[in-house]
Design a protein around this ligand. Structure first.
Ligand SMILES: *[C@@H]1O[C@H](CO)[C@@H](O)[C@H](O)[C@H]1NC(C)=O
Ligand SMILES: *[C@@H]1O[C@H](CO)[C@@H](O)[C@H](O)[C@H]1NC(C)=O
Ligand SMILES: *[C@@H]1O[C@H](CO)[C@@H](O)[C@H](O)[C@H]1NC(C)=O
Length: 475
């Protein structure tokens, strides 16, 4: 141990810098969550994950597939032409995921054309730099409408619509050609909020080749809602869980990088080496449950006092604030902290695209998304790759990631979950061994099912299936 700290403290300043810069660059695409004012539940965008199939039959169960990668599972896409339709171009989860898929396909030589359906009126630096990044990788950017686009849609082997809202593009642009394109559409859905269940967006859903959804829970929910609310039937649905990017895994598996980042972040927050640090890393909004987390955290502090537990000082960091926005909810969180006089223990950090430094610096991740929970919740698998135990709500995709009692503890969503969360906080705080074991098991679970190559493999099965169907429908 002593040896390790010596190493870390002698990492020269220059190396630190290059490390930081490297991290920023490497992670900026892969891990962009926040941004985009308020994510309620699984709304605008979250991250997909593995797949197994639900609608009619088939199940490509993802667990336990051979991790060894002899060849790229997407190789068969080499000479294909894929048109991607993104509802917008921003640093939110949906577009970034689609971009990741674009890059995976480019890496095997697929021709990829990208369309952004809703371009912002004024010029937008973020969109510009994202387009730049795509062009650099050989993705062709095309205007959302016009004859060229219609021709591309007719010619493509596959059209991937991203998010429910992108459904608006079909009629608006393709018009009388819609029916010809639908049989080769794969619709990637990352949202679970009620207002997406509108015929305006999804009336063509029953006629596409397939829907790809981030978690089983979300897929079930879509099946129910489309049936009950809209009286339409889901097409064949593939559940595809997400995987961690290689860049993130590199940092997670680099003990020096982790140590440097840990020291750096703790120093900046004024948290000592052996203090216990809990974090919730999501854009601050009621749907993500930062308020209930703080209540649970406060209750845990009280319990620890009442029970006279000998615990290291406990801290909570809320990563994902937007102090500039001054929303009612942000104010409510700060007032709570002030009222309870726990300013010393609670830290707020602005939204950031680069979550790795925080994952390196904390001891436990809290995933407290409320109501139907996360569609998937990519931060959860990211935290597990840093060997962190997770305290999560028993809702949405979290239940498909966190194994209760093995890689973390689940508590109910809603107010009823506050006390169980507080107890779970205490339990992990008092039991170093449990934290370590759960962290190790979480990491093993990520290695087994939540890596990029797992995702590529799962997506490749979906693409194969959809291409086959598209071909059949033409003949
Ligand atoms: C779907 O509906 C069925 C029956 O109405 C219900 O049992 C099930 O819990 C619902 N599932 C979801 C995810 O809403
Ligand atoms: C956080 O964001 C606000 C505005 O949104 C800004 O004023 C403040 O300086 C930021 N804090 C840090 C530490 O970057
Ligand atoms: C998690 O496991 C604990 C201990 O077995 C149990 O009390 C709790 O109800 C479980 N939570 C969920 C959501 O299954």
């Amino acid at each position: 141990m002593a040896k390790h700290s010596t190493v870390a403290s002698f990492v020269p300043v220059q190396k630190r810098w290059s490390l930081m810069i490297l991290l920023c660059i490497a992670l900026s695409t892969a891990v962009a969550f926040f941004i985009g004012a308020s994510f309620n539940s699984c709304n605008s965008v979250e991250y997909p994950d593995r797949h197994n199939f639900n609608a009619p039959v088939q199940s490509f169960s993802s667990g336990g597939t051979t991790a060894a990668k002899e060849e790229n599972p997407l190789d068969f896409m080499k000479s294909k032409f894929v048109l991607m339709v993104s509802h917008e171009l921003s640093l939110s989860g949906g577009p970034l995921l689609l971009m990741e898929l674009a890059f995976l396909l480019r890496a095997v030589g697929t021709r990829v054309v990208w369309i952004t359906n809703q371009k912002p009126a004024e010029s937008d630096d973020v969109a510009f730099s994202l387009e730049q990044r795509m062009t650099d990788r050989g993705v062709e950017i095309m205007s959302a409408k016009g004859q060229e686009t219609v021709d591309a849609a007719l010619k493509a082997d596959l059209v991937i619509l991203n998010t429910a809202v992108a459904g608006k593009w079909l009629d608006a642009v393709l018009q009388k050609n819609v029916a010809r394109v639908l049989p080769k559409v794969l619709w990637w859905i990352h949202e679970m909020r009620g207002h997406y269940f509108k015929l305006e967006y999804v009336k063509h859903l029953p006629f596409v080749a397939g829907a790809m959804i981030d978690s089983q829970t979300t897929a079930d929910y879509w099946k129910n809602r489309t049936h009950e609310r809209l009286r339409i039937k889901m097409p064949e649905t593939y559940v595809v869980h997400l995987g961690n990017s290689k860049e993130l895994m590199e940092v997670a598996e680099d003990s020096i990088a982790r140590r440097v980042l840990r020291e750096h972040i703790r120093e900046s927050l004024g948290i000592r080496k052996d203090d216990l640090l809990f974090a919730i890393i999501n854009s601050v909004s009621r749907g993500k449950g930062q308020d209930l987390f703080l209540k649970g955290f406060y209750e845990a502090l009280q319990l620890s006092k009442e029970r006279k537990l000998k615990l290291p000082p406990m801290h909570a960091v809320i990563v994902g604030s937007d102090m500039g926005a001054q929303t009612k909810f942000e104010t409510e969180l700060r007032n709570f902290v002030a009222d309870k006089k726990i300013q010393e223990n609670v830290h707020f950090v602005n939204k950031t695209l680069n979550v790795a430094p925080y994952l390196a610096s904390i001891d436990i991740l809290v995933q407290n998304s409320q109501a139907r929970g996360e569609c998937f919740g990519r931060i959860t698998i990211e935290a597990m790759s840093f060997e962190l135990p997770v305290l999560g709500t028993a809702a949405g995709g979290t239940m498909e990631i966190v194994v209760n009692g093995t890689t973390g503890w689940l508590h109910p969503a809603g107010k009823v979950g506050v006390t169980p969360l507080a107890e779970n906080i205490i339990q992990l705080a008092t039991d170093v061994e449990m934290r370590r074991t759960m962290g190790t098991k979480g990491y093993a679970r990520v290695k087994e099912m939540f890596l990029e190559h797992h995702m590529s493999h799962r997506i490749s099965l979906v693409l194969k299936d959809v291409l086959q169907k598209a071909k059949r429908s033409i003949h």
